[in-house]
Design a binder for this molecule. Structure first.
Ligand code: IVH
Length: 670
């Protein structure tokens, strides 16, 4: 290979970087698409003939990566925080006042705030890590502490630089991945034409794409990124957030051009209202404005409360409503057989998404609202919540030919069983325990987060498995084979094996999770855990009287009675036996509550520990017989404080409660 070829490849890479940046980031191309493609083709040809010349930051590397078999977890070095909300001008001003009070206590009187106001993009947060200027890893926010490695998909996004000139040795850039409204509409149109399901909204489309294993999907779906901050950075000291944004902009990242620096609450309020006005004219969805204190030293002094920085706030736009026609009222079956009314609507665009279905909550609510089939109704969508029907439109109730008030069906829409309305219940019910829709809800709940948490199984897959006759009760999941799964639509051989592994791993999720997962009325996650703590094994729980169950924290007499009744039902017993037979663990390990070295000791966790996540620390403390609670009182024995602790640490100091760091906690553990 001649030096010339090597030089030419480097030159092409430079040119392509430059023109890609002009086109995607600045939206201001200097050359036409054909010229760009010609340069890219030439580089591809050189790289094909000389594979050793391919660099990870080459523009050819945006496409065609290999599928990955899983999304490894990534621990964020600096937690990715969330934001407190302000819903009115008063709340926004109160936030500024709170910061002043806090800083005054720190000895800073009358701080001169500079604020930065940015659109709050309705997408998903990610973190990009660059080493020596080359993108080495991209991860989702996840729970803020731990996200997932989605580098393979992020590389395909043209507004994400693969390399950064004059970069510090380590740089972490944060921002939001989103799909523009135009691209979203185009994607859904293509999917509908191809007979595929369409996405609910741009955010779902973006989030669903980013977590795919095969990057070819991401490449075909038009995603984009707005950068809004820097996480870890070595070797550059920024004065403020504003300067950090400027630096990002100068180094090839896409920063919104309408981000403003402001000097007073009045200016901030005016800017928030201005964004609210513009909201409908943007080509991407925003659900508010993020206001941040720029000065990084002030940010540090202000610190974090829980997961929210004191120095930033999200101004949330008021919910959006629209009027449309109620075409039908239908009733779905919940996991306990209760019928829930929902509205079938003439599709309507509300707050950036098309709404076709909306909840009507329950019969009482439906009667109170007095909406009828054929009425024009007011539909509300607020942020992330499920769209709901608020009321009839003002004149709808005066129509002479108005339909009768809706009533729950006499027969279940799925299994045809005659419905019943038990004494004292607000719900009409499908009494058939084997109703497929009811089972679907139960199975969906079984695999969900917090329950058995089986990655790769969601409502669609559960429905598919049910219809294929492979899964009837939850125990059937554990009998699935990779071969059975790979015969179904949408399961490549690798993913089928992976899902079977995930299912098997869930056998050890823990007794508390199982009690929540099997779907007992009244038993949420916390009660499941408390029951597990108290009874230790499923056999002890099944043998317990209602009175004994009542001794569990948080369980009153009525609830205990209801739990006891359900545990006696033959079908539940059969499920438990079946789960036992397939090897699901239903006993707690470690000493019972009240035994172990930390017996009787109460802990509160605050801030981010260097090594343990909050869940891990809780598990370790509980395994040693201790208890973890959420608020500090005189009864608290220890507060374990990590980086950026919240007000709990202040309270501990005030109440003279012992404060430990992670090392101190580890020293107490066996
Ligand atoms: S800053 C201060 N800036 O909002 C730390 N977040 O509620 C919080 N978001 O997870 C992040 N636009 O997904 C920030 N300009 C913006 C944002 C933004 C959208 C999202 C982000 C984050 C969530 C926090």
């Amino acid at each position: 290979m001649s030096v010339d070829v090597e030089q030419r490849a480097a030159q092409l890479r430079e040119q392509l970087h430059h023109h890609g940046y002009r086109y995607y980031v600045l939206d201001d191309p200097e050359i036409g698409d054909d010229d760009y493609d010609r340069l890219l083709d030439e580089l591809r040809a050189i790289e094909a003939a000389n594979p050793e010349l391919v660099t990870p930051d080459s523009p050819t590397q945006r496409v065609g990566g290999e599928p990955v078999s899983s999304l490894p977890k990534v621990q964020h070095e600096i937690p990715m925080l969330s934001l407190a909300n302000a819903r009115s001008e008063e709340e926004l001003r109160a936030w500024v006042a709170r910061m002043r009070t806090h800083l005054a206590r720190e000895g800073i009187e009358d701080p001169q705030f500079q604020f930065v106001a940015e659109p709050k993009i309705d997408g998903l947060a990610i973190s990009l890590r660059y080493e020596e200027g080359v993108l080495v890893r991209g991860a989702t926010r996840g729970n803020g502490e731990i996200g997932e490695d989605v580098t393979h998909n992020l590389r395909t996004i043209p507004t994400i630089p693969l390399k950064v000139d004059d970069a510090p040795p380590v740089l972490e850039v944060r921002g939001e991945i989103y799909m523009s409204l135009k691209d979203f509409a185009g994607l859904n149109e293509r999917r509908a034409e191809a007979g595929l399901s369409t996405f609910m909204n741009p955010r779902n489309a973006a989030a669903g794409t980013i977590r795919q294993l095969d990057p070819r999907l991401a490449r075909e779906r038009p995603l984009s990124m707005w950068s809004y901050g820097i996480g870890r950075v070595d070797g550059i000291q920024f004065k403020g957030h504003w300067e950090a944004l400027e630096w990002l902009r100068e180094h090839g990242f896409r920063v919104n051009a309408d981000v403003r620096r402001l000097d007073s609450d009045d200016e901030v309020v005016a800017q928030c209202l201005a964004w609210q006005e513009r909201r409908g004219n943007l080509d991407f969805e925003i659900d508010g404005v993020v206001v941040k204190v720029s000065d990084l030293e002030l940010q540090r002094r202000l610190g974090v409360v829980g997961r929210d920085p004191r120095w930033a706030i999200a101004w949330k736009f008021p919910p959006t409503t629209k009027v449309t026609t109620l075409k039908d009222i239908m009733w779905n079956v919940g996991k306990f057989g209760d019928l829930h009314p929902f509205a079938v609507l003439e599709p309507v665009h509300v707050g950036g998404v098309t709404v076709k279905l909306a909840t009507l909550h329950n019969e009482e609510d439906l009667a109170r609202k007095d909406v009828r089939v054929g009425d024009d109704v007011i539909v509300l969508r607020a942020g992330d919540v499920i769209p709901q029907v608020l009321s009839p439109a003002p004149h709808a109730t005066e129509r002479p030919d108005r339909a009768d008030a809706p009533r729950p069906p006499e027969h279940c829409r799925t299994c045809g069983t005659k419905t019943v309305k038990p004494e004292g219940s607000v719900f009409t019910k499908c009494p058939n325990q084997l109703c497929p829709e009811r089972q679907w809800q139960l199975l969906k709940h079984f695999v969900s987060r917090g329950a058995m948490d089986i990655d790769g199984l969601g409502e669609k897959q559960v429905g598919q498995l049910q219809q294929a006759g492979l899964v009837r009760t939850a125990a059937d999941f554990y009998r699935l084979t990779p071969e059975q799964l790979s015969e179904l639509d949408g399961y490549a051989a690798i993913s089928a094996r992976k899902i079977v592994d995930n299912i098997a791993a869930s056998k050890e999720r823990g007794f508390g999770h199982v009690l929540f997962a099997i779907g007992l009325e009244e038993v949420g996650f916390v009660t499941g855990r408390n029951l597990a703590q108290r009874f230790r094994t499923i056999d002890a729980l099944l043998a317990a009287s209602a009175e004994e169950i009542e001794g569990t924290p948080g369980v009153g007499p009525k609830m205990a009675q209801r739990i006891h009744e359900q545990l006696a039902e033959p079908q539940l017993r059969a499920l438990v036996e079946d789960l036992r037979a397939v090897g699901v663990s239903m006993a707690l390990e470690g000493p019972p509550a009240g035994e172990g070295p930390l017996a009787g000791k109460t802990f509160v966790l605050t801030g981010t520990l260097p090594d343990l996540t909050r869940e891990q620390a809780t598990e370790r403390i509980e395994a040693a017989g201790g208890r973890v609670t959420s608020s500090v009182s005189k009864k608290t024995d220890y507060v374990v404080a990590g980086a950026t602790p919240g007000s709990k640490l202040e309270k501990a100091e005030r109440l003279d409660v012992a404060v430990l760091d992670e090392a101190g906690l580890l020293a107490l553990l066996p």
